[in-house]
Design a protein around this ligand. Structure first.
Ligand code: 5IU
Length: 452
């Protein structure tokens, strides 16, 4: 397997990225300039690049490869030669003589075509290319991109339901070059500040409705969750992090009509028992909500399997949904089987969390591939086929004293397009939990409707 980092360092020597002061088309002064075209002049690097790009597509089915002109044309050609998947060529402008075709090459309607692009910025030009390719009757699902300039383009395409596979983000590139002493600390800070301050291109893509989301679901648990949300007009998950089982049962009875699920940490409960599970399941059946164990598995597959099925809690006997980290890789998630809905942790709500953009994007890639993963816990947008669960929601507090950061339901629906809000202390610590559950239910539903 080609080493991504070594590839980048060799490409850097070709001059694909330069540091200094560059005036961009928009007039903005940028501390770096990217141009991947020189890669085509190195057969060795072009071949390595094609292998790296193909590796990101190893689980995708596609019958054609198409490069976005011009920089990605040699890349797409190299990928085609390497994989033996036929290439088609998209024109920049249609010919005004002869066939007036936009796509050259042999293809038939309905074939799946992967698009190749060198750099994504706002994503606008790629979106135009996709539309043109789709107009010719081809299906586009996957897009491979060498470098994401982190200006909102990737998110734009993901919001439209495309799988976007990026080899590097500009931040990855900076980190690698810094680690190999091609950049000094002050330059890195300057570039990172530039990336942070520069406004990303924001597109107001409306979120999908629950009805639209339902059509994208294949797992019985994700379907069930959305059906409950629609029938009870709620997107609220109550996190009942209390010690006594009796208290949980009492709360479940009081708030059950206003929620889609109760989230538990079974290991907080001092008197956890089979009888407690039996009673809670009874209430869940009557009030029509699901049980969500926030176990946050984080070990190798074999251990996770034992923790899931065994021990005191026997989670697999009663939970409808369970959270898991993806830190141990995709095979560690297979052990949960297909019946339970797995919710992976792509991004945490706490201050200083290590779940940065890079981690999140890898976690999402794995989650999208797994048939038992129904969604992720995150604090930003996800591809629409995954359900987004957002904790750290509170109407009165903005943080606690232990690192938790809170947002309002309106913020997480408008900015992240969340699907389910998770509220803990806002409800179970309230003087009147029933009244607060109704308030969060109403605020959550209002925020959902407003942002559709
Ligand atoms: N939770 C978070 N943030 C996260 C993840 C889980 O708050 O990133 I992953 C859990 C922790 C707690 C609940 O069980 O969600 C939030 O409770 P409060 O609303 O009381 O903070």
């Amino acid at each position: 397997m080609i080493n991504k980092e070594k590839f980048l360092l060799k490409s850097y020597e070709l001059g694909i990225i330069k540091f200094g002061e560059f005036t961009l088309k928009s007039g903005i002064l940028s501390p770096f300039y990217v141009d991947l075209r020189p890669l085509a002049s190195s057969p060795e690097l072009l071949s390595e690049l094609s292998q790296l790009l193909l590796a990101m597509l190893k689980d995708c089915r596609h019958e054609l490869i198409c490069g976005v002109p011009y920089a990605a044309l040699p890349m797409a050609t190299a990928m085609s030669l390497e994989s033996k998947v036929p290439l088609i060529i998209k024109r920049k402008e249609s010919k005004n003589y002869g066939t007036k075709k936009m796509l050259e090459g042999i293809f038939t309607e309905g074939q799946r075509c992967v698009l190749v692009e060198d750099v994504i910025t706002s994503g606008k030009s790629l979106l135009e290319t996709i539309e043109e390719v789709e107009k010719e009757g081809l299906k586009v699902k996957d897009i491979v991109i060498v470098l994401d300039r982190q200006q909102g383009g990737k998110e734009l395409l993901e919001n439209k339901g495309y799988n976007v596979h990026t080899l590097f983000s500009i931040e990855n590139v900076i980190d690698i070059l810094y680690n190999h002493e091609f950049l000094n600390h002050s330059k890195v800070i300057k570039i990172k500040n530039f990336l942070k301050e520069r406004p990303t291109v924001q597109f107001s893509v409306p979120r999908l409705t629950y009805e639209e989301k339902l059509k994208l679901q294949n797992h019985p648990i994700s379907k069930k969750l959305i059906e409950i949300a629609l029938s009870k007009k709620t997107n609220l998950i109550a996190s009942l992090d209390t010690y006594k089982s009796e208290e949980i049962l009492k709360l479940a009875d009081q708030i059950g009509d206003f929620i889609v699920a109760i989230k538990l940490h079974a290991d907080i409960i001092t008197d956890f028992s089979e009888n407690f599970v039996y009673e809670l399941k009874k209430i869940a059946a009557i009030k029509n909500f699901l049980l969500f164990e926030d176990r946050k598995f984080g070990d190798i597959g074999n251990t996770q399997q034992m923790q899931f099925n065994g021990g005191v809690y026997k989670i697999s006997d009663w939970a409808d949904l369970v959270t898991s980290h993806v830190i141990a890789g995709e095979e560690s998630l297979q052990v949960f089987g297909e019946e339970i809905g797995v919710v992976t942790i792509a991004e945490m709500s706490s201050k200083g969390t290590l779940t940065d953009e890079n981690y999140k994007s890898k976690a999402i890639n794995i989650s999208s591939k797994m048939s038992n993963v129904i969604g992720c816990v995150a604090q930003s947008k996800l591809p629409p086929s995954l359900l987004l669960f957002t904790p750290g929601v509170n109407l009165t507090e903005s943080e606690d004293s232990k690192g938790q950061q809170f947002n309002t339901p309106e913020k997480v629906f408008s900015d992240y397009h969340t699907d389910f809000i998770i509220v803990g202390r806002g409800i179970y610590r309230a003087k009147n939990p029933e009244q607060e559950a109704i308030r969060y239910k109403e605020e959550g539903w209002k925020a959902y409707l407003k942002n559709c």
